[in-house]
Design a protein around this ligand. Structure first.
Ligand code: ATP
Ligand code: MG
Length: 260
């Protein structure tokens, strides 16, 4: 095993990290001959925004899928509050308070906002769907997060990209989640919609959720995050406190122009 493979990366910098809520230790996962993750170790601090950056194919989505119960690491461990966990399904991760807004939004176009918010966790009363309560709760969730969504009874197909993203984030933020993972939440959005989603992300943090944010937008990462992990070709090559690095250094670490 090379020196780099064995290297343990810890974030350097002045600000003190809050205790990790979630941790990956030496996580590896291959798809056939593709080594998507190789001995990846990262931490996600409680009460802060952690960014995960890297080029296309670096392994970011694969790593967060190991956190959200989609994939199981072939080796290494995932720890929640310091205790090893193994999520066999996304429901199991959700049950532990980990919600994910995936890269490809999983909203159902023909359903309404409230139906999407309660998809797979419908409320029932006497064995029947409790539509009235779900609509009311959905309205509460949407207004709590000050999301600019027309009506919870609107069908998702009529919403803009930003509104859809807001519904997805709302869904992840509700249901008492402790950690919200967002895989490129603003990639497809315009300037105003991006600003709105960014406000929502900060709001989540201010309300006490930990956030793990995957983004290709360095300005966004520098503005929003407190900690940044850099992935390259399946490895985590560096970790920095955000206030102890620059966008330029992060770009260098991503491309390999700067050695970690
Ligand atoms: N389900 C899968 N089956 C086979 N290969 C996969 C699968 N998922 C990911 N990969 C491969 O694993 C590697 C890492 O992919 P991943 O989606 O994690 O990258 P990423 O960092 O999220 O990239 P992007 O920024 O483009 O979203 C890639 O080489 C990809 O082709
Ligand atoms: Mg991805």
């Amino acid at each position: 095993m090379s020196a780099l493979e064995k290297k343990t990366v810890t974030p350097s910098g002045s600000a003190r990290a809050a205790g990790p809520i979630l941790e990956a230790r030496d996580v590896s996962l291959s798809f056939g001959s593709v080594r998507a993750l190789q001995d990846v170790s990262v931490t996600v601090g409680a009460g802060e925004i952690t960014a995960l950056v890297g080029d296309n194919g670096a392994g970011k989505s694969t790593l967060v899928r190991c956190f959200s119960g989609v994939h199981k690491p072939q080796s290494g461990e995932v720890l929640l509050d310091g205790a090893p966990v193994s999520f066999g399904t996304p429901e199991a991760a959700r049950g532990a308070g980990i919600e994910t807004v995936h890269q490809n939004l999983a909203l159902v176009e023909d359903l309404t906002v409230w139906q999407n918010l309660f998809l797979n966790r419908e409320l029932t009363r006497f064995g029947m769907l409790d539509r009235r309560r779900m609509r009311a709760e959905a309205q509460k969730m949407v207004s709590t997060l000050a999301v600019n969504v027309p009506e919870v009874t609107s069908r998702v197909r009529r919403l803009s990209g930003g509104q859809r993203q807001a519904v997805s984030i709302c869904r992840a933020a509700g249901f008492s989640s402790r950690l919200v993972i967002m895989d490129e939440p603003t990639a497809a959005l315009g300037v105003q919609e991006t600003a709105r989603v960014e406000e929502l992300i900060l709001r989540l943090r201010d309300e006490g959720h930990a956030v793990l944010l995957i983004s290709h937008n360095f300005d966004q990462v520098m503005r929003l995050s407190q900690q940044v992990w850099v992935m390259r070709a399946g490895r985590c090559v560096a970790g920095r406190r955000t206030d102890a690095t620059t966008g330029q250094e992060i770009v260098g670490l991503i491309t390999g122009a700067i050695a970690a």
